[in-house]
Design a protein around this ligand. Structure first.
Ligand code: PHE
Length: 377
């Protein structure tokens, strides 16, 4: 008696579940492009973990506009050229309503013209070079920009480190490095300091002996190195090998566990500016740190993670306020973002689609990143 009924029961169940699934509205697709592997893998991985945590929290709370967010993540392998291709693919093939990316300014600069061309809003979590958002009115960021970061480190070098003559070592193939060097130099000289000499390198270089030998001969009392952690760690090591025992300091590009794991003793007593410190005791930061550690194997979130999280939250808030994923309306809602609380501070997007937030200065001490001070915008 039971036998002939059972298959029918199963068939009915299958139909029911298909009907139920069809009733669930389709997810809102959001594209993310990040350096999950390659030279700056630490950037992409951190940022992605923050963004994914935000998306999971948004979905657990019911999603936006009654729909779940589906994050489609693509790895650009830290390689030049990949981000533009990926942005095109995410827009044309996956039909994403917005793009989140990138950390490194040079890769945001690659994808931004595509986002602008297709009129798909792009939010960079942490690219600080001013040119990124100048690409067009569909390009946004949730972090401060380098004219501010350059001033923060120039003042720190002059007032806290009491430096008078510094050398600047710039990565000429990185928009971030070139820009940050410029803003630092302007302020440092304006405040009475001298730039004794400038040296250059290109992304991926491993030998800095020639530049460091020239710097040694110039008799400076500090080296400003606006670059990424891979080169920064090597520069510090080679500087110490040459007997250069002076302060080396940089910007947010230094932030990665690899700075310490590669740099070791050579990065002791170095400094950099960044967007946030996990040591901050505010409820917004401590709550985030706790949830992030629970989600990601006890890892302590860094600035990229915090900004990756905030970028996704800013996007979700704009979709909610727009009441639609229509790209022109979503763009307008993003542009109107005001006082949205986040981990890295409240986000208000100005007429240039940039945020204005506090910076923090970090010191490397006893093999750890130590919070020194917060600098208001
Ligand atoms: N601000 C850097 C850039 O624009 C990227 C970065 C952000 C690196 C935050 C570390 C932390 O290229």
């Amino acid at each position: 008696m039971l036998r002939p009924l059972f298959p029918r029961f199963l068939a009915a169940l299958a139909i029911l579940s298909t009907v139920l699934r069809a009733a669930e509205p389709p997810p809102i697709k959001v594209g993310e492009f990040a350096s999950l592997t390659g030279k700056e893998a630490a950037f992409g991985q951190s940022s992605h973990k923050g963004t994914l945590l935000a998306v999971e929290e948004i979905n657990a709370a019911g999603g936006v506009l009654g729909r779940k967010i589906q994050l489609i993540t693509e790895d650009n392998q830290s390689k030049a050229g990949e981000s533009a291709t990926i942005a095109k693919k995410l827009i044309s093939r996956d039909k994403v309503v917005a793009l989140i990316g990138e950390v490194a300014s040079m890769r945001s600069l690659e994808a931004a013209p595509i986002a602008q061309q297709f009129r798909i809003p792009m939010i960079s979590p942490s690219s600080t070079n001013p040119k990124v958002t100048e690409i067009g009115n569909y390009v946004f960021r949730v972090c401060f920009i380098d004219p501010f970061q350059g001033v923060v480190m120039a003042k720190f070098a002059r007032n806290s480190l009491k430096l008078k003559r510094v050398a600047v070592l710039t990565s000429v193939s990185s928009a971030y490095s070139v820009g940050l060097a410029k803003y630092f130099k302007e302020r440092f000289t304006q405040d009475g300091g001298a730039i004794a000499l400038e040296q250059r390198f290109t992304e991926g270089d491993k030998d800095f002996k020639a530049q460091l030998t020239a710097i040694k001969a110039a008799n400076v009392d500090g080296i400003f190195l606006p670059g990424y952690y891979t080169e920064a760690a090597l520069v510090c090591k080679q500087a110490r090998d040459l007997g250069l025992n002076l302060p080396l300091f940089g910007g947010d590009g230094w932030e990665a566990p690899q700075l310490i794991s590669i740099g070791g003793a050579a990065v002791e007593g170095t400094y950099y500016s960044t967007h946030y410190s996990p040591e901050n005791k505010s409820p917004a930061v401590s709550g985030f740190v706790e949830r992030f550690r629970k989600r990601w194997n006890n890892e302590v979130p860094d600035a990229m993670a915090a900004l990756g999280y905030d970028a996704a939250m800013v996007l979700a808030d704009a979709i909610k306020r727009a009441g639609t994923t229509d790209s022109a309306k979503l763009r307008e809602a993003l542009a109107a973002t005001k006082n949205l609380p986040g981990v890295t501070g409240d986000t208000t997007l100005d007429a240039q689609r940039n945020a204005s937030k506090a910076a923090v200065v970090i010191a490397v001490r006893d093999g750890k990143f130590k919070f020194l001070e917060t600098v208001a915008p």
